[in-house]
Design a protein around this ligand. Structure first.
Ligand code: SF4
Length: 117
């Protein structure tokens, strides 16, 4: 999950973790790390590596915007769609009308930060 610098700073403040412990810089885009054992986000409380397993987000109140908008993602035409990789996508309605705008804004912020280094 890509995150902004501000979201990283908030996660560091609230968890006491160093950025390197929860995110990696992928070509200028900060991305949440996965736990080596569970293969899920480092903030997901779960013991299972099964993608269908139950889990709780340990930073739910301050989770990044991309987490809040998931499983809505942009397709190749920049339209908001349900992520085909999400096993729970059938439980979500079609994307709200303004979702593409929200996702494009988020993408622009993340990419702008990456290109300003
Ligand atoms: S919602 Fe929480 S556990 Fe899920 S990807 Fe975001 S930070 Fe990680």
């Amino acid at each position: 999950m890509p995150i902004t610098q501000a979201e990283s700073a908030r996660l560091q403040r609230r968890t006491g973790m160093a950025q390197d412990d929860f995110a990696v810089d992928n070509d200028g885009v900060l991305t949440l790390l996965n736990n080596a054992d569970t293969r899920a986000c480092v903030f997901l409380l779960t013991d299972s590596a099964d993608a269908q397993a139950e889990g709780l987000c340990s930073v739910y109140e301050i989770r990044p915007k991309g987490c809040q908008t998931y499983p809505y993602v942009l397709d190749t035409k920049d339209e908001a769609v349900l992520d085909q990789g999400c096993p729970h996508r059938s439980q979500f309605p079609d994307p709200p009308e303004d979702m593409a705008f929200t996702l494009l804004n988020l993408e622009e912020r993340i990419l702008r930060e990456g290109s300003s280094d």
